[in-house]
Design a protein. Structure first.
Length: 155
């Protein structure tokens, strides 16, 4: 394996993770929209911690449900939290032989794409927190109907 192949695989891995992270957040937004839950997408969130508000070590995007006067179903928040798992569908289809398997060829670049994509399909710790504490997030939203608290889920 040459240095060029490894460098290319590393660049492809970074690009796949960047694209996958954005798709991960957009999958949350799609679920919230489907349930009629208002949300906000923040691009390059952070506290001005360096280059581009923390990137490359921070988030590229963040989706947060907004406070609302109407009731939000905890089921809707839980569903939105686990939506990125659907990003595994192409890999599952490759394992079933329906799509070509980029790892089977031994191509390091194809393997980098699969690894980066699957890494983005994992729910984040914030997502898992919302799955287990959706009722608390709904209650905090109910107690702040005017959106005076910082938007988003409980930290």
């Amino acid at each position: 394996m040459s240095t060029i192949e490894l460098f290319t695989a590393g660049c492809v891995l970074l690009g796949t993770v960047a694209i996958g992270t954005v798709i991960h957040e957009l999958s949350h937004a799609a679920a919230l929209r489907a349930f009629g839950v208002p949300y906000a997408i923040t691009w390059l969130p952070g506290e001005n911690e360096g280059f581009h508000n923390g990137w490359p070590f921070g988030a590229l995007a963040s989706v947060s449900p907004l406070p609302t006067r109407r009731d939000i179903s905890p089921f809707a928040l839980r569903t939105a939290a686990v939506m990125p798992v659907l990003m595994t569908i192409p890999v599952v289809l490759a394992l079933l032989g329906i799509l070509p398997d980029p790892v089977a060829s031994g191509n390091v670049t194809g393997t980098a794409v699969v690894v980066g994509w699957l890494a983005c399909a994992l729910p984040s710790p914030r997502d898992f927190s919302l799955v287990w504490h959706a009722e608390k997030a709904v209650e905090e939203t109910r107690n702040d109907p005017n959106g005076e608290r910082e938007k988003g889920c409980p930290k």
